[in-house]
Design a protein around this ligand. Structure first.
Ligand code: GLA
Length: 386
């Protein structure tokens, strides 16, 4: 906090008047289901973006990120929010600010904003959704717009989809807007119904390993998976009245796979139906303190993402392997895939041995230290006191 206060003062020559924190997220299970009407089980983490802000009299917006200090202060006016390559990451801000206008909410004054993030960029922990929700939240608070957290999530998602050009689902923006300390959220993306799921953090620890392979979702095969699943849905709808692929149950696979052309589409379908079901099973396992089953489900999810949905990578597979050898109950890649981080579920009493073993094996394999984060479930995007 004191860092972001100081950074703001150094850059803008006056004190900020409010401070925010916008967290990253981890999804326990339910991967790639969110754009197929399925369920997800994410939580907000204790890593994220710290922000200091002060509104102005005029319509200029000035943004400085300490993580991209080489870019200096990026400046634009509320009167021109078009995507411009030289605005770099600040395009996300332009995009969501424009979204307010499109929905009839007029933003009268610009602002100065300094941010610092301890989220690894491209670490698969949703730094872009954290940034979008952050800007949205600051504006909603300032002007008192009548918009719910879920409205905020949709505005951020629309910005990603239409302005940035990533066809992502609603999970990341939603959890960052709605997260609650000590809880994950089970979100049904078909109805947008959700419930909080307490995480018994006294029993086990979620440990992330950053693969250090950054991938940009826009450049990855993420959009390709979107197109594939849309093709699957169109084909299935000729034979069964469903709105989403995840309306089907795992046992329906046998009935409907024959209508799909080619092995890849069949694989994608199988992943989605099983993965969606694994969310329900995971919630049971957590509620019953059955951590062996929890670990197994996490492991199955990884195998499915690797072999059926085919969004893993060599490095992610290696890290998952090391995690299991180091004594996790279960390990898997998380998020969009092709890079980012792995999630390891480790019993509390095994944390130290896990870290020690993992570090030794990693150093031997890669000749460097691993990047390890112990994460906890925190509140979503919020104003903080200085
Ligand atoms: C990315 C997207 C999410 C979701 C995950 C995969 O994080 O932003 O909407 O699709 O990938 O589960």
């Amino acid at each position: 906090m004191s860092d972001i206060k100081r950074i703001f003062y150094e850059k803008f020559g006056r004190e900020a008047d409010s401070f925010y924190f916008s967290p990253g997220r981890v999804n326990i299970i339910g991967e790639h289901t969110d754009y197929n009407g399925g369920q997800v089980l994410p939580f907000c983490i204790n890593l994220g973006i710290y922000a200091a802000v002060r509104f102005r009299e005029d319509t200029n917006v000035l943004i400085y990120s300490d993580n991209f200090s080489n870019l200096g202060i990026i400046e634009f006016s509320l009167d021109n929010l078009d995507f411009r390559i030289e605005r770099d990451f600040a395009n996300y801000a332009c995009g969501i600010l424009r979204e307010f206008g499109k929905r009839g909410f007029s933003i009268k004054s610009g602002f100065e904003l300094a941010i610092y993030s301890d989220l690894p960029v491209g670490g698969g922990l949703s730094s872009s959704a954290a940034f979008l929700d952050l800007i949205g939240k600051i504006v909603i608070d300032r002007f008192g717009f009548d918009l719910s957290n879920t409205d905020l999530a949709w505005m951020s998602k629309t910005t990603e989809n239409e302005y940035i050009g990533v066809s992502c689902g609603i999970m990341d923006q939603f959890i960052i807007a709605n997260g609650k300390k000590g809880n994950a959220i089970r979100l049904h993306t078909d109805t947008m119904d959700y419930e909080y799921v307490p995480i018994p953090e006294t029993d086990f620890q979620f440990i992330l390993i950053n693969s250090n392979v950054t991938r940009k979702l826009t450049e990855s095969k993420y959009n390709e998976r979107q197109r594939e699943t849309q093709a699957i849905l169109r084909e299935l709808q000729k034979h069964v009245p469903i709105n989403n692929i995840c309306d089907l149950a795992p046992e329906d696979y046998k009935i409907y796979e024959r209508y799909l052309f080619g092995m890849n589409l069949k694989r994608r379908l199988l992943h989605l139906l099983n993965e969606n079901h694994r969310v329900t099973e995971t919630i049971f396992a957590i509620a019953e303190n059955d951590y062996t089953s929890l670990g197994q489900l996490i492991n199955e999810s990884h195998e499915s993402l690797k072999n059926l949905y085919q969004v893993s990578s060599e490095k992610l597979d290696e890290l998952v392997d090391l995690g299991r050898k180091a004594g996790s109950l279960g390990s898997r890649m998380i998020g969009g895939g092709f890079g980012g981080s792995t999630l390891n579920v480790v019993l509390r009493q095994d944390i130290e041995t896990f870290i020690q073993r993992f570090t030794e094996m990693y150093q031997k394999e890669y000749n460097q230290d691993p990047i390890i984060y112990l994460v906890e479930a925190t509140d979503g995007v919020r104003k903080i006191n200085d």
